[in-house]
Design a protein around this ligand. Sequence first.
Ligand code: GLY
Ligand code: MN
Ligand code: MN
Length: 440
Amino acid sequence: MNDDLTSLFREHLEIRLEGIAEDLRKTGYAALVLASGPQYFYFRDDQPAPYRANAHFLHFCPWEGPGHLLLIRPGKKPFLATLSPDDFWYEPQRIGDAFWTDGFKIAECGSRKRQISEITKRLPKGRSAGIAESGGVSETLGLAHNPPALLTRLDWRRAIKTGYEVECLSEANRVGAEGHIAADAAFQDGGSELEVHRAFLAAVGGLEADLPYPTIVGLNEKGAVLHYEGKRPHVRNGRSLLIDAGARVRGYASDITRTFAASSAEDRFRSLIAAMEGAQQALCEDVRAGRPWAELHHEAHLALSGVLKDENVINVSAEEAVESGLSRVFFPHGLGHFLGIQVHDVGGHLADPDGRRAPPPKEHPMLRSTRTLEPGHVLTVEPGVYFIDMLLDRWRNGKNRDAINWQAVDALTPYGGVRIEDNVLVTDTGPRNLTREHLP
Ligand code: GLY
Ligand code: MN
Ligand code: MN
């Protein structure tokens, strides 16, 4: 057993239990039951879809399997009632001696009936809450189902990572970095999208279903498809590769993007990658407590417009490009998002823990966070510029067509685009780039 992990997790659980005790008090509930969630089966089929636990459950308890229930009562050890029936078709999952078990009282139950009875006899007097994907458990136990006031408080807290969570995210970056190094090598060898994907997966060392999100492996013009999921086996010796792929460690994700040029690539594309690298690193340096994320997003638009001007892709100043909306043609997504158990982690649009909303500004509807940065926040910083015909065509045929250097755009379109994405922790003393500790 890993002693460091044990003590980090103990501290994590203590912080989270203190938080939930306050949240239950403020929302008027006596206790909380978290359900890890069901196993899905495809329609009229006995084949299961890949399983993913309820993230709120995982946040308290890293035992990832379907059907478990966790009872949290202020001042008491959390009670975990697993669902682990004897079964000779599937291997029953037994917890054994894991790093996190000290913090829990555990009953490994052979049936739902036993689980419900174990929880029922421990439920305190008064109204308790249930957080689960569907209402069945809450109904059976007589719980308030997914009360929004409690959910928003849990979401709010999840944005501030504990030391244990930072360790998980850092490790997810270390593992993800190994995948990226292998993927780059496969690309430089002329590999197809499928081969690059497999190289990533082999280096990360798990199943595809263990990845936090489907890999995005785009050769050439496919780099411009923001969430490209194809894996063309027949296209080889690419000019460029945009790979967005991460790893998952104890339920926590990394979300990393790199863009590479092959030796055959034109200088202007290499130059664009280098300029984007400079802009991305400068933005990472600005991930500091007290900065509103929307402000950094605006700064990213100015910085990327500056890159496009310097690289002779646009003919107007950075300020003009942002004001006219031109920057959104090349950079149509947000600067980044909270990262944690969920890749696009929760709580980005909350103004406070009571659930007041802070929606993204009208001109940037894709911005996934509007919060002001605090120590403990972990965000992706992922500026990108792309050559997307669908977005460019309106300008090509519009009255401001001269704002764009079409000769440069047409030369760069076959390369798709450039995105560079790191995962950055806000600390009291400045940004800590969890990705660059493992990957150039
Ligand atoms: N991998 C999805 C994203 O970067 O948000
Ligand atoms: Mn990504
Ligand atoms: Mn991302």
